[in-house]
Design a protein around this ligand. Sequence first.
Ligand SMILES: CC(C)(COP(=O)(O)OP(=O)(O)OC[C@H]1O[C@@H](n2cnc3c(N)ncnc32)[C@H](O)[C@@H]1OP(=O)(O)O)[C@@H](O)C(=O)NCCC(=O)NCCS
Length: 206
Amino acid sequence: MSEPVIRPYRAADRAAVAEVCLRTAAAGGDATGVYSDDALMPEVYAMPYVDFAPDLAFVVELDGRVAGYVLGIADTAEFIDWYAREWAPGFRARHPLAGPPTAHRPAYSEAQLIADGGDAERMRIPELEDYPAHLHIDLLPELQGRGLGRRLIDRLRAALAERGVPALHLGIDAANVGARAFYERLGFHELPSSRPDVPRFGIATH
Ligand SMILES: CC(C)(COP(=O)(O)OP(=O)(O)OC[C@H]1O[C@@H](n2cnc3c(N)ncnc32)[C@H](O)[C@@H]1OP(=O)(O)O)[C@@H](O)C(=O)NCCC(=O)NCCS
């Protein structure tokens, strides 16, 4: 196996990014088949990011295929406006209703996921002025625990700092204890609006 390489996102990576999102979307584990449509999770948590800010997306390539990424948004308020205007209408048209229940019965229900996908305002947190950027990061299991998550976050923080963005925030699925430990280890702190069921963390870009 060759060494994983971190490089900027390219348009040809779009389907691979969707696949990584799906395979890490169940509190860090594989969400394939959890919802009636495997496209749902990527359409809410990955595709709008690479479409809006491809220049703030970085991928990890392993043996010629994309197996991880960090997706950044520099100005979340601007992203919310774009998402409401350009993304949410199409999403609502593609997914008007939750599909038939699957055997998985996820805590994050399909009805909630569909409501979130059509609602740009869910991203407007009280700390937005001080923490304008946000991110999503996901690595397939074979890339986890090798220091790549730390390197991806460093890469994005540097890119944001270069643009004069002071700090970033992120939300975690409350069930994802591994991700919480990772962010705390990297020096993220819990934000005032964080709640046990909706944990939120932030960090300066440098
Ligand atoms: C969470 C995730 C991004 C972390 O990336 P990673 O490459 O596995 O983490 P790293 O190897 O860079 O670890 C960085 C530090 O965090 C610590 N850490 C990482 N995962 C940890 C865990 N589950 N428990 C405790 N510490 C952890 C490491 O020990 C390491 O500490 P060190 O640098 O002082 O040695 C990655 O595991 C992942 O994509 N998981 C599945 C999807 C997911 O949960 N995404 C986040 C959604 S919010």
